[in-house]
Design a protein around this ligand. Structure first.
Ligand code: BG6
Length: 464
C-alpha cells in the first residue's frame, strides 16, 4: 500500500518464464493486496504483437494454468492494466513512448521497473537500447540469469549495464534465493547457536548440494541448447545455495552485509576441476524437438568443489543437478564428523543435517539416541522440523512473488551483486574451456555411473 505508482515492463512477455512465473506472481501479489494502488504492466517483445486483447487472454490463460483457485475479479483488475507493445533491441521507440504515456497517466513519482526475461545473448543489446531510448533512466532493472555465458561475456554485459545504470538499480535475480527454504538457511545458521558453532571443518566432513529434476526440456530447447546445465543451474542456483551454506556470518543482514559475506566465500572458491566434474546427457535428448541431433549440451553436472578458507579448508562440497533424473528434489546435506573419542560400541553411521528446500522447508537431523532397554547402546534417531506444522496459518510466498515485491520496495538483499557473478564465472571457466566428456544416462536414473562414485560414501539421495 505504501508503494509509489509503478510502470512494470516485462521483456520476453510471451516467453516461458513470464507465463509460468511472472504473471502468476503478479496475480498472487494482486490478490494479497501487495501491489501498488496504481500501476500498469506493459508486455513487450519481438513477436507479432497481436492486439492488447489477445495478449490479455494469454495472461488470463497463464494465470489460470499456474495458480489454483483464481479469483476472477482480482484477475480482471490485473488484466485490465496490462497491454502489449512490440520492441526490439534495435528499435524501442514505440515502447519508450508507451512507457512515458503510462507514467504520465499515473501521475508523478512513478517508479519504472524493467524486467528483462530475455536469453543471455539478447541481454546486452536490449540493455543498450534501454540506454539509448532513456528507458533506463531512474529505472530498476531486473536481470534474469544466466548473467552472460562465461566470464568474458558477463564482464561485457556488466560493463554495458554500468554505462546505463548504477549497481543500485540492478536486481540480478536468482529465484532460488527467493525460496523460503533457502532464506531459512540463514535463519537456522545465524539465529541458533546450536548450528552456528558446529558449522565448519572441525564439525563437518562434507556437504552435498543436490538438485535432481524429473523435468526434461519442457519445450525450452532453444534456450537450453544455448545454455546447458552448468550455466542454467550450477553457476547460478547451486552456487548461490553454496554461498548461503558456506559464507561467514554477515556483518548486518542487509544487502551489503550478505553480499560481502558471499563474496568472501566465493573469493576462496577453488576453480572447478574438469577432472572432478562429470557431465551427462540423457538418452533421447538429441531427439527432442528443437535440439541439434549431434548436440553436446550437458543436461547433467556433478562436481566436487573446495573453499580454501579457514572455515572450510579440506571439506569437499558436492554439487549435483540434472534433467530427467529419478526424483525432483532440492536438498542440502551436511555430514558431520564422528565424535573424536568413540565410547559407544557398534558401527558408526551418518550423522547428518538434512535441509529439504521444499515450499514448506523440512529440516531434519540424523542423530544417535539410546536404544530403550537394559543395554547402554545407541541407535539412529531423527529430529524433524516441518514448517507446515509449525506455521499452519502462514502462507509461504512463492519465490518470484517475493522477489518482485522486493524489487518494488528497492530491497537488494536477495539479489546477486556483480562481484559475486564475476567470482562464480571465474570458478566455472575451466569447465567452459575444457568441458569434461559427455556421458550418457538413462532418463529416470541418477545420472551417469561415474557420478555416483564422486563423493566418498555416496550421495544421500538415491541411496535406498
Ligand atoms: C530455472 C531453470 O531457473 O530453474 C530451469 O532455468 C529449472 O531449468 C528451474 O527447471 C528449477 O526451478 P524450481 O524452482 O522449479 O526448482
Amino acid at each position: 500500500p505504501d508503494l509509489p505508482p509503478h510502470v512494470i515492463v516485462i521483456f520476453g512477455a510471451r516467453g516461458d518464464l513470464a507465463g509460468r512465473k511472472l504473471f502468476p506472481g503478479l496475480y498472487r501479489l494482486a490478490s494479497a493486496g501487495w501491489l501498488p494502488a496504481e500501476y500498469a504492466v506493459i508486455g513487450t517483445g519481438r513477436r507479432a504483437p497481436g492486439s492488447d486483447d489477445e495478449f490479455r487472454s494469454s495472461v488470463r490463460r497463464a494465470v489460470a494454468e499456474f495458480v489454483h483457485d483464481v479469483d476472477e475479479d482480482v484477475l480482471e483488475r490485473l488484466v485490465e492494466r496490462v497491454s502489449f507493445v512490440s520492441s526490439s533491441a534495435e528499435d524501442g521507440t514505440d515502447l519508450a513512448l508507451a512507457v512515458r504515456e503510462a507514467e504520465a497517466a499515473l501521475g508523478s513519482d512513478v517508479q519504472r521497473l524493467l524486467y528483462l526475461a530475455v536469453p543471455p545473448t539478447a541481454m546486452q543489446p536490449v540493455v543498450g537500447m534501454l540506454g539509448r531510448t532513456g528507458l533506463a533512466d531512474r529505472a530498476r532493472l531486473v536481470v534474469e540469469k544466466p548473467f552472460g555465458l562465461d566470464l568474458a561475456s558477463s564482464r561485457e554485459l556488466d560493463h554495458v549495464l554500468k554505462t546505463v545504470v548504477s549497481e543500485d538499480q540492478v536486481f540480478r535475480i536468482d529465484h532460488f534465493i527467493g525460496k523460503e527454504a533457502v532464506q531459512n538457511i540463514l535463519a537456522l545458521r545465524f539465529a541458533n547457536r546450536l548450528f552456528e558453532v558446529a558449522w565448519d571443518r572441525h564439525s563437518i566432513a562434507s556437504v552435498q548440494i543436490d538438485v535432481p529434476e524429473t523435468l526434461g526440456l519442457e519445450g525450452r530447447a532453444a534456450f537450453y541448447e544455448g545454455t546447458g546445465c552448468l550455466r542454467d543451474m550450477i553457476s547460478t542456483h547451486l552456487c548461490q545455495l553454496l554461498g548461503f551454506v558456506a559464507s561467514d556470518r554477515p556483518a548486518e543482514l542487509d544487502a551489503s552485509g550478505l553480499t560481502g559475506a558471499k563474496v568472501s566465500a566465493f573469493a576462496s572458491l577453488r576453480a572447478f576441476d574438469p577432472a572432478r566434474t562429470i557431465y551427462g546427457q540423457y538418452a533421447g535428448y538429441r531427439d527432442e524437438h528443437g535440439v541439434d541431433p549431434s548436440s553436446s549440451v550437458e543436461t547433467f553436472v556433478a562436481l566436487e568443489a573446495w573453499i580454501d578458507n579457514e572455515r572450510w579448508r579440506g571439506v569437499p562440497f558436492y554439487l549435483r543437478t540434472g534433467k530427467s533424473l529419478a526424483e525432483g528434489r532440492r536438498s542440502v546435506t551436511l555430514r558431520y564428523r564422528q565424535p573424536d573419542h568413540e565410547v559407544f560400541a557398534g558401527e558408526p553411521f551418518p550423522h547428518e543435517l538434512l535441509l529439504e528446500l521444499t515450499d514448506d522447508p523440512v529440516v531434519s537431523v540424523k542423530l544417535r539416541g539410546k536404544r530403550p532397554g537394559p543395554d547402554l547402546t545407541v541407535a539412529p534417531v531423527t529430529l524433524t522440523l516441518d514448517f507446515a506444522d509449525d506455521f499452519p496459518h502462514d502462507e509461504p510466498l512463492e519465490a518470484y512473488e517475493r522477489l518482485l515485491l522486493d524489487v518494488m520496495h528497492g530491497d537488494q538483499l536477495l539479489f546477486s551483486h556483480s562481484d559475486e557473478v564475476d567470482l562464480l564465472w571465474r570458478a566455472c571457466q575451466p569447465l567452459l574451456d575444457h568441458p569434461p566428456p559427455i556421458q550418457p544416462y538413462a532418463p529416470g536414473s541418477w545420472g551417469p555411473q561415474a557420478a555416483l562414485d564422486l563423493p566418498a560414501g555416496g550421495w544421500r539421495l538415491g541411496q535406498s
